[in-house]
Ligand binder design. Sequence first.
Ligand SMILES: *Cc1c(COP(=O)(O)O)cnc(C)c1O
Length: 374
Amino acid sequence: MEIFMKNNILVTRSSMPLMEEYVDEIKDIWDSHWLTNMGAKHKELQKELQEYFGVEHMDLFTNGHMALELSLQALNLQGEVITTPFTFASTTHAIVRNGLTPVFCDINPVDFTMDVEKLESLITDKTCAIMPVHVYGNVCNVEEIERIAKKYELKVIYDAAHTFGVKYKGMSTAAFGDVSCFSFHATKVFNTIEGGAACFKDEEFGLELYRLKNFGIRGPERVDAVGANAKMNEFCAAMGLCNLRHVDEEIAKRKKVVERYRERLDGVEGLQLNPIQKDVEPNYAYFPVIFTPKLFGATRSEVVDALAEKGIGARKYFYPLTNTFECFHNAFDVDKTPVALHMSRNVLTLPLYADLALKDVDVICDTVLECGKQ
Ligand SMILES: *Cc1c(COP(=O)(O)O)cnc(C)c1O
């Protein structure tokens, strides 16, 4: 039993179709010899995802990060972008790599997204945009962010990497902001191995974005922007087409896992779980637990160690905060984002994927609870 359990439960496990389904999907690629540069699979996946999200405009990318980075570039911004530090490196790096200055807003302690009460006070005459993150698939206060953005004429670029399939008041999160960027990385709810998408409203912006993902090439003999190479290739698009057929089923399975976790961990003293948000149809992307060591009886580190002992992976997600990264050489004052700092020090995301067995969820919960005083 001990040996069987060792390294058996990773924090996540990629969703994959049956191999036969994928092989069948990629046969066309052998026939066409068209491997990348917006081929048939790329076009088909884009169309199907637009339908799935219920949006008119979308472009696909080689990953979620390039969708974010090139979206900022396409908006042709200058100055400061207000964002949050409780996120993956990608969000902050997309800002900095565009020569823009991140200004860090704290998160709220309820759903861990941008604290809109603290947002307005950070706006200066240099502010050009807001880049909020739908952390763990929790939907930001999109209405308030829109109101503030309109008032100050700021662009809004959502990092929607965690919200594949999430709906707010019946609408996909892809519908909010000037742009919403998704990640289809292997570890996400829906994957194309590596991949991403930007959903937007303005067609002019879309043309600019399309050009930037292909070196800024406007025509066969004309290059008029310093673009990158961020095209999704045909094999990744084919993986996406297969995974998309099963994604609703995958989300339903995740739901069962999350329900079991909640049954076991909800109401335990010293543990805070992800909120169930009003008007939100969730995707069950992550299962974060926030420890209050004094009440629970064990620190996060102790829980990590106890889980590791049994071959169970858990992740300090997100830790450290992006505004403390070495690469920024103490440019930012972490004391200005105390809630984010507290979260990053006490949160642990437990294993969660569609095929995680409920008996394994029980083992994980038993291990966590044994650490505490319960
Ligand atoms: C995964 C992720 C990204 C980046 O996506 P990639 O597809 O890995 O480039 C950006 N932001 C957040 C919050 C993410 O979780």
